[in-house]
Design a protein around this ligand. Sequence first.
Ligand code: DGJ
Length: 732
Amino acid sequence: MKGLFSLIPAVAVAMSADAQTADKNIIRISTDNTDLVLEVGPNKRLYQTYLGPKLLHAEDLSNLSWCQHAGSDASVSTRGWEVYSTSGNEDYFDPALGITHSDGNMSTYLYYISSSSEAVDGGVHTRINLCDDKYPVSVTINYIAYTRENVIKTWTEISHKEKGPVTMSQYASAMLYFNRSAYWLTEFSSDWAKEAQMSTQQLLFGKKVIDTKLGSRAAMFTHPFFEIGLDGPAKEHSGDVLMGTLGWTGNFRFTFEIDNVGNLRVIPGINPYASSYELVADEVFTTPEFIFTLSYDGIGQGSRNLHDWARKYGLKDGEGERMSLLNNWENTGFKFNHEILEQLMKDAKHLGVDMFLLDDGWFGNKYPRKNDRTGLGDWEATRDKLPAGIPALVNAAKDAGVRFGIWIEPEMVNPKSELYEKHPDWVIEQPNRETYYYRNQLVLDMSNPKVQNHVFSVVDNILCDNPDVAYFKWDCNSPITNIYSPYAGKKQGQLYVDHVKGIYNVLRRVRDKYPDVQMMLCSGGGARCDYEALKYFTEFWCSDNTDPIERIYIQWGFSQFFPSKAIAAHVTNWNKDTSVKFRTDVAAMCRLGFDIGLNKLTTEDLEFCQQAIANWKRLSPAIMDGDQYRLVSPYEGNHAAVEYVDKSGNMAVVFAYNLAPRFQEKLQAVKLQGLDPNNKYLVREINLMPGTESKYSWNGRTYTGDYLMKIGLDIFTYRHNTSAVIELEVVR
Ligand code: DGJ
């Protein structure tokens, strides 16, 4: 032990008053309902002693002991539960941090130096500084505990002062431990048009890894979020569940490892796949934020925690209003001109939406964007199609009385473009191998500051010339292919990470300069949906699959982690076998839009849509900003129901769907939630087709909240692919 603390300053083990509890060695990170308790062991290393429901008595914290978790032999003083476990020490499971020091030594031991905490918007930010005793490597672990929302955000900063570079092979955002009887993982598998499909399995001894290697986006085959049912499979309305998500728009990895004594270790972070990161002295490497909540009342409460948190602290303009819109992608594809768009803007107004959104296909002159093979990168309006350019479109929208939004995909390039001809070195592409194309395009090298400037200028130029552009749909249709950066030189191992950091540099500039412009995050459907990107976006496109039956599942999946306000849903012609009403009712559970030719709608359908939009706007305090209750899961039967209650409790709305009920199967009443049992509610079916009346006996009657929550309403029927929307209004 000679020289053990030679590098640790004498002020070590001095906690600020805020971070202290009665016991100097204990750090308590608390929300209203949850405690995460850490303890500096006698060996000066930092251990997690507790993570669970809030403890009532501070004196109990000192009864928690880091060594009680140390495994069968509690006298082995340094095993297990270290808050940020490192490689090369006596813990034989996956570490959070793996470092090769400049002299080739691969071990790191982190000792407590100091900690502090300060009040921040919505909570408390705790910083804990750790340092190796033999190498000048420092790690700061950060936690922001959002008190009322019961959400904790954690991330880590790593730096060093060694003489040569230090290489990091693993650099997780955090590590959490659980000591429970069983662990059930719910993951969200995905693919194009098949996003957020939920499946659950029990975790047993050993490791389960969920990761992606797509480079320019987090998701395609799986999403960067998970749920762990503690003691049993996670349930919607009861039981303990951990819900976690990583804010990183690139390769991510979640490792779940059950160790020799049946404890679970959760390690979220960047996927270090092909990404050994060389850290130079004094550079601070900041990991992505891991955002989690613990609910003791099932997933539904966990989701509401995250929804509240996201609206307040997660999304760009999370508390602002959202615009309903008419998009042209599914309707016209690439085939449009100024006159067609002008008519669509008038249609948007007639429909009653707030905005017209012009999608792909408006740009490129040398290589006009007639299809997805050309033009990407050349952000000038195609003269043949749009002779007067975007300014004329913005004016046409003004004349029609709607706002104007526009699609871009600025991080990408078609090889058939002027941009690629001018700057082949701006592209991620192998110098000495045949190029592989995904959707006929390549990814611009966002690690290159010149490319970052170019990408920023795509948005900046449009907005400088057209300050009235109100909205961008920012697409990203290709994962990184042919991984090689002409800019990175020998540091190719950092490209996956630096590329994503480059994207954030651009997005930060866009948000800072244009805080009021609404932005949709899109990635060939819903392949980008993480909370770091969403700091810069008001919403995301969750799938190109707008078949309403599929959407019920897809939106159900995303709703676990994201509020409806963040999820864009459009009524299209996918699955024309279903009615326009059914399609609209499904889309109305999120930020409602349309992507359909009005001239193809019947008079009744059009009238229905106009009425449904007006209803959606009126009920928006509940749907967009209220509490969501997932009442009946489509995964558990042939029906689904979701309820939204506005924060004042005065208004609620239930969306109910009959998917494919069996002949004379037992139909259950739908029991509502989140109402005041002593209030009386007028219950009315809305979103009815013009000229039809509700057939429900409860329509127009008044019920107490108690009745609605204990007995419920008979809403479900045997009619396949049908829906009902029910509005509840408090009667005083
Ligand atoms: C993929 C998106 O998901 C679609 O909505 C559409 O914008 C196309 N890209 C356009 O190329």
